[in-house]
Design a protein around this ligand. Structure first.
Ligand SMILES: [Zn+2]
Length: 127
């Protein structure tokens, strides 16, 4: 088993890497998690982001895009189609990009602080 690196799990997972070894890929595709790490064999069944990442994205991206749309509307008063052309793709790109990042971060935080398989066996970064 590779050496454990304290503090790495959330950052490594944010970047799409295994929260234990920071070498194996976390995702199989765009948003689906691998079942195990290809480098260290960590069982990723503990990772369950549920709607946690989506809620933060709705709040953060929604606030940013609505604020930007209101600013554009107040300053320039463009026709409706301009809002649709600018802000609908922006919402899509920001939401999907942030979803992958926050799903990885959620997985890393779960590994670090909640019931990951290593900590249950007393080998985790906190033990
Ligand atoms: Zn790994």
């Amino acid at each position: 088993m590779p050496d454990l690196i304290p503090g790495v799990p959330p950052l490594a997972a944010l970047l799409g890497r295994c929260p234990r070894c920071a070498k194996g890929k976390l995702f199989n595709g765009f948003l689906k998690l691998n079942k195990t790490c290809s480098a260290c064999g960590l069982d990723l069944a503990f990772a369950d982001a549920d709607d946690g990442a989506a809620v933060f994205i709705m709040l953060i991206v929604g606030g940013l895009v609505v604020g930007a749309a209101l600013t554009v509307e107040i300053k320039y008063e463009p026709p409706f189609w301009v809002h649709a052309v600018i802000f609908l793709p922006l919402i899509l790109v920001l939401s999907l990009g942030a979803l992958r990042l926050l799903k990885g971060l959620t997985t890393g935080l779960q590994y670090r602080y909640l019931g990951n398989p290593d900590s249950r066996r007393g080998r985790g970064p906190l033990h």
